[in-house]
Design a protein around this ligand. Sequence first.
Ligand code: 4NP
Length: 165
Amino acid sequence: MPSEPVRLLFVCLGNICRSPTAEGVMRSLVVAEGMDGQVELDSAGTGAWHVGSAPDRRATAAASLQGVALAGQARQVVPEDFERFDLIIAMDAANLRDLQAIAPTQEGREKVRLLREFDPASSGERDLDVPDPYYGGEDGFGTVFELVRAACEGLLEEIRGERLS
Ligand code: 4NP
């Protein structure tokens, strides 16, 4: 019997670099695994500065080098997101704190997780941030892409495991 899709919201500060990268990477993994329809994806920012903007061209270029397309227009997180999504996935500890502060309910707060918690290779690491690349050089965007890809692979494995069990 088909079950409800899992709904995932990726969140960073501006919604133009890290969270659109996570959304694009996850979408490409979901399609590659034939799981479209089982996972719904979106991204948003805790800040409003870039609302309406396309993903940063440096993030788009880094993703494109790896065959991943970024899309969408930045939006800010809204209280309804905490009901609409099953998991709200923060890119760094500051995003996590901000999301927990704006979650309208305890149930919503419990949906907030850090992306890199899902990367099995990062277990035991104290710093699980996907570093903010915005004010850095082009290199930072490649690093972000690799951190995001490893974590999204782990996240998809976890979702698949829960669907089978
Ligand atoms: P993001 O990166 O949170 O990964 O989208 C940033 C984008 C913009 C700014 C900071 C981080 N900003 O300060 O405008």
